[in-house]
Design a protein around this ligand. Sequence first.
Ligand code: EPU
Length: 420
Amino acid sequence: MDKLKMIGGKPLQGEVLIAGAKNAALPILCACLLSKDPIELRNVPDLQDVRTMLKLLKNMGVQVSFPDPENRTHLILSAASITSFEATYDIVKTMRASILVLGPLLARLGKATVSLPGGCAIGARPVDQHIKGLKAMGAAMKIKGGNIEAKAERLQGASILTDMITVTGTENLLMAATLAKGTTTLENAAREPEVSDLAELLVKMGAKITGIGSDKLVIEGVDALHGAEHSVIPDRIEAGTFLCAVAAAGGDVLVKHCRPDTLDAVLVKLREVGLDVETGPDWIRAKMQGRPKAVNFRTSEYPAFPTDMQAQLMSVNAIAQGSSTITETIFENRFMHVQELNRLGADIAIEGNTAIAQGVEALSGATVMATDLRASASLVIAGLAAQGETIVDRIYHLDRGYDRMEQKLTQLGANIERVK
Ligand code: EPU
């Protein structure tokens, strides 16, 4: 199993290019199931979750080609003939986002069997809202043998108000509604930029959607969708992760190919920390000198502070001047990194859904274990700021969602290497 070994204490200098957003690419890949025509995608990040999704789609009969074999970010998907309607447990258990095939398969082909995802490292994560919404659209849904079995002659437009804001739930129902008969309204819809990016692709495919970017999406179903070309939105979480690395390790970094307008809440907090931030249309320049200042924050749905940045900013707070409270409101168990940060010398306690961090002057390197994707990123950030050698074990979690993170950090002058 691969590990990352790093020696901390070196400020980061230089430029880093941000890849396409994982959480936009995954639903966008599934959207190819909605049409017989090819979908051409650019800026697809080359990472493990994307490879897993492509494997799932290929198993269903989707043809995947790379026009330039050297460039894994540009691909063409064709779902002209679908031979399987199933996402089995062996794939779903490695990637919960597999649930995103449910809406498109049901809408275009009238049937789907998707293994029910179990709990995961960050919480229970049920998919009841996906099921409830599809039922409201007329699908027959039953749970059998650990699978969701869904059938529908043709989905019907419906008014759906989800009990909570759900990102993949909104995406599944949005995709399903594009081919339903009649109009669907999705209220309490997620407003994450990744949802809007998916909606933009669907519109290019001929879908009729209004309210993109708002919490009310109105979709007028059409009989068929056609091919389209699309470039995936830059990954705001990858950009935010590098910014936190600069805030923790110090330095001067130009983050390129990003969308600062999708990072407002993160930039507000990083400025409070003391990061000197300058932004352009698609870049962020971040400079940091000295020790960060502790900041309180609370995760919430977009446009508020993202849960996917909670662990990384906690690492900055771990070495900040002062104490801070960090409240996680989206997932019930997303503090697995706290014990590992404490192994590096941090002083963080958990009370319910709040972590209380007393900033320490310095962390000291140790061997720590990654427990999920963003927890891994927080440990890398802490390791870059710590004195001495840190080894982050189980980095397959990191590889699921970051495209060559250690290479990008090496280019910024960090002393980091992958060891087999
Ligand atoms: N929820 C339900 N029932 C549902 C759906 C959601 O109770 O049917 C609950 C969840 O358990 C959670 C909350 O609602 O407490 C929000 O979950 P949501 O459905 O929004 O999360 P998700 O769609 O499964 C996506 C991202 C996550 C990100 C969350 C929140 C993808 C593929 N995943 O997950 O990304 O943390 O939204 O923004 O888009 C990551 O990239 O590291 C990651 C975990």
